[in-house]
Design a protein around this ligand. Structure first.
Ligand SMILES: *Cc1c(COP(=O)(O)O)cnc(C)c1O
Length: 478
């Protein structure tokens, strides 16, 4: 739109071009922008329009745009198009829905576990209205917000009671603080883990005001090592599940049963941080492909005082940290003033209750993340074939269905892969990174896996009904 002589930036008089630019107010009165601005924050619209006009001014100064170019651009609706584009970019920020075709089931970046639709409904109902949060229905008296949750947890895990806090990191923090603040916590050197998102056991100790006492070696820790470390300052013996790595070879790990027994003998609190924590029940298919993730029930039966695990890892519920154990010990944690700062909101508690009710009703396998882990390669193949068929007619797109492996994700079972079939795409005209970026930028946003300069789409992590939307998004991106 700039005339060729203006491009040189020497002959044209920029003042004329500046005069052709609308003021911000004039621009906002242009019909398309006035309509766009309806129902939107006026200051924000002003800022967007001002930014666009500033960009045109820079083009004029750089000699890229002359008066005729401005007039032409305005007539062609270029300013409106730019503002719409800026608005679209703005509206696509924040928490937006994503189609997860990566095959990583508990994808931390994409929100870990998608909850069951009935759980999502229960959460929305609690959030959108009043609910029985801290009132007892029969007496009208005040009660605890997670009293019912505690009962459900007790039934499912064999513990006496349970409570929830915002996440498992908080569960570990408050447990340490309750039992060992100003004192010492004994942990095996082989269990000083760092979990994604900077959860480091030694740092959590410091934050809890607890002095860490490391015992044993990286590969071997025996109960005698714990015993030798206990003194009058010891507040807790903590066991931590090595969620995201394995120690193999010449190894020895002390079980929760021995640690629990030692704690009882010496009068010291004991805790087991399971990380994921698996609930397995009669009627639900076991997730044994995860290669022995510890079971919450077993950890409780081992006899430690409290067991901690995440609500949104293998459990498949909303983000939370669950603490189960002896009633007296759980009460002590509840009375810790820090609990007030870590307790869950009504929507989370409603979601957790509903998730646990699904387990108790024998419907655990309907929970999306569990169903995804349980899907076999044979079950996934027809879905991959179906996706590939829908894409077969696109010119310049190489479509293959290949055997591949999905991952549980979220630091659970790091060495476990789940056999799957993926749709593998390569576009002639588009680089793989540009293709992936166009998919992320689309509506809905799509995440796939990049491997060997191809994009892989794993049906394992697609929710029911997302297959058609995915192929439409792929078409749009191309
Ligand atoms: C994941 C994990 C945590 C942290 O749990 P969040 O729910 O992410 O806060 C703590 N400990 C272990 C062993 C874990 O695997």
């Amino acid at each position: 739109m700039a005339s060729t002589d203006a491009r040189g930036g020497t002959d044209a008089d920029p003042r004329e071009a500046f005069r052709a630019l609308p003021s911000v107010d004039e621009a906002l009165r242009r019909p398309a922008l006035a309509e766009l601005g309806e129902g939107r924050d006026r200051d924000f619209m002003l800022r967007l329009v001002r930014e666009r006009i500033e960009a045109w001014r820079r083009e004029i100064l750089d000699g890229q745009l002359d008066a005729a170019g401005v007039v032409e651009g305005l007539a062609a609706g270029r300013l409106e198009a730019e503002v719409i584009d800026a608005l679209r970019r703005e509206d696509s920020k924040g928490i937006q829905r994503v189609i997860n075709a990566t095959g990583v089931v508990l994808h931390t970046g994409l929100g870990r576990a998608p909850v069951h639709s009935e759980v999502a409904q229960a959460m929305a109902r609690a959030a959108g209205g009043y609910c029985l949060l801290e009132v007892d229905r029969a007496s009208g008296q005040r009660n605890q917000r997670d009293a019912r949750l505690g009962e459900l947890l007790a039934r499912l895990t064999g513990a006496e009671d349970g409570i929830c806090v915002n996440n498992n990191a908080a569960a570990v923090l408050i447990t340490l603080q309750t039992f060992a603040r100003g004192g010492e916590a004994v942990v095996s050197r082989g269990e000083l883990v760092e979990i994604g998102g900077s959860f480091r056991v030694p740092d959590v100790m410091t934050r809890a005001g607890v002095q860490l006492v490391e015992v044993g070696t990286t590969n071997r820790t025996r109960i005698a090592d714990y015993r030798a470390a206990v003194n009058e300052r010891t507040g807790i013996l903590l066991k931590v599940h090595r969620s995201n790595f394995r120690v193999v070879g010449f190894t020895e790990e002390t079980g929760g049963d021995e640690i629990g027994a030692l704690g009882r003998e010496l009068g010291v609190a004991t805790a087991n941080d399971l990380g994921s924590g698996l609930l397995e029940l009669a009627g639900a298919r076991p997730l044994d492909m995860l290669g022995g993730e510890p079971l919450v029930k077993q950890a409780v039966a081992d006899g430690v005082d409290v067991v901690m695990f995440s609500g949104d890892k293998l459990l498949g519920g909303p983000q939370a940290g669950l603490i189960v154990g002896k009633r007296k010990v759980v009460q002590q944690i509840r009375k810790n003033p820090t609990y007030r700062a870590m307790r869950c909101d009504k929507a989370t508690i409603a979601g957790l209750e509903k998730t646990l009710e699904l387990y108790l009703a024998g419907r655990a396998d309907e929970i999306p993340s569990r169903a995804m882990m349980l899907a076999s390669a044979e079950e996934l193949r027809p879905r991959a074939d179906g996706l590939a068929n829908q894409l077969a007619d696109i010119e310049g797109l190489d479509v293959q269905v290949v055997a591949d492996r999905s991952q549980p994700g979220s630091g659970s079972a790091p060495d476990v892969y789940l056999d799957t079939y993926v749709v593998s795409l390569a576009a002639k005209k588009l680089s793989t990174t540009a293709f992936a970026s166009a998919l992320r930028d689309g509506d809905p946003c799509v995440f796939a896996r990049i491997q060997d300069d191809r994009l892989l789409f794993d049906p394992r992590t697609l929710l029911p009904g997302e297959d058609d939307e995915l192929t439409a998004a792929i078409r749009a991106a191309l």
